[in-house]
Write a protein that binds this ligand. Sequence first.
Ligand code: NDP
Ligand code: MG
Length: 403
Amino acid sequence: MLANNTIASIVKHNPKPSTMRKKKVAILGATGSIGTQALDVIRENPHLFEVSVLTAQNNVELLVSQSLEFSPKMVVIGNKEKYSTLKSGLSGKDITVAQGNEALNDAVTLSEIDIVLTALVGYAGLKPTIAAIKAKKDIALANKETLVVAGNLVMQLAKENQVHIHPVDSEHSAIYQCLLGEEQNPIEKIILTASGGPFRGKDKKILKDATKEQALKHPNWDMGAKITIDSASLMNKGLEVIEAKWLFDLKPEQIDVIVHPQSIIHSMVQFEDGSIKAQMGLPDMKLPIVFALGYPSRVPTSFERFDFSNYPSLTFEKPDTETFSNLKLAFETLKAGGNLPCALNAANEVAVQRFLNDEIKFLQIAQLNEKCLELIDFVKNPVLEDYIRTDEKIRKKAAEINL
Ligand code: NDP
Ligand code: MG
């Protein structure tokens, strides 16, 4: 199995944090939910981590203040209209300042960088992740969309360049942690847990009129808007199924999803003897972030610890894939393969944005996704250009379709 071989190849030694060489980190999407939590982790562990690169799309004020605090080598703002504010905010500092999304591809190749945290949202993560892998930088991967769009290509490049991809998504980090010490043992299946989101247990009659305010209220996690809506529609779990396929070299039949509303078990691996290993803890993204950045060491943390007596029951239920059809759609596209997951991702990014703009209703997100998949020119073995073309075409269609 690729996953176990991958882990076997990188578990060579396990230096204690005190002896660990300081790692230089590039954070793409530093101003977002994952980016700011990663900076919290770095702020608490200045002996272990140092910031090399920070990037954002629009939030130039926060990017300036982060840069003044962490003194990176290079800072990039995606929105060119914000460049002059960034430049003046950092004038007199020994920091290279750049603009535009193409600059991300250069920023990730700086020679000093050890690891690139991809904490930007959506398809925009694909090209810089590829650039970082080609520059032989390890990846702490939060941006799941990159693997959904082009998982085969990205994993192949990582293998060729001997780059390690450490998952940040809590479920995938859980699986990764369960696999440590199991290098020789094939996975029978994995069980991805899902909180069920704010609409768990609701049917289509109720969800017909679901508002964005309701959808943006996640019960357990405080995340960016896109992933929060994806969690409400179960598309997030669908994207995670596809992400898991590529990270751990699994067949779709080896991936189960179970709703676990307390979000304490972050996911599980079942081995061929029937034994199941789970990774648990209170829901706090700083744990998978520090695990990915600190790998192979476990970095001591002061996060609140899980107390069993506060959780007398951990519960589990089947996901409702009739109401939340995005999950079913994700499994179908995964089974069909080729450029279908890329098309699903593009349709969904536009659908979520249209929902947030009050152009479509909540249940129409899945309807729009399904309609877009009917419009795809199927490519069985896509290369990068096919993914780019598919993304462009489906994005355009998804913006035009009237439901
Ligand atoms: P946020 O929306 O909070 O942050 C996104 C970050 O990316 C911001 O820094 C934003 O800049 C920047 N950004 C937005 N659009 C672009 C673009 N087109 N090009 C370059 N940069 C851009 O997202 P999250 O932190 O919630 O999520 C980030 C990624 O991590 C997503 O792929 C998500 O699925 C994944 N993830 C997140 C989890 C979470 O708990 N939040 C959990 C597991 C995975 P600006 O602020 O200037 O707009
Ligand atoms: Mg997750």
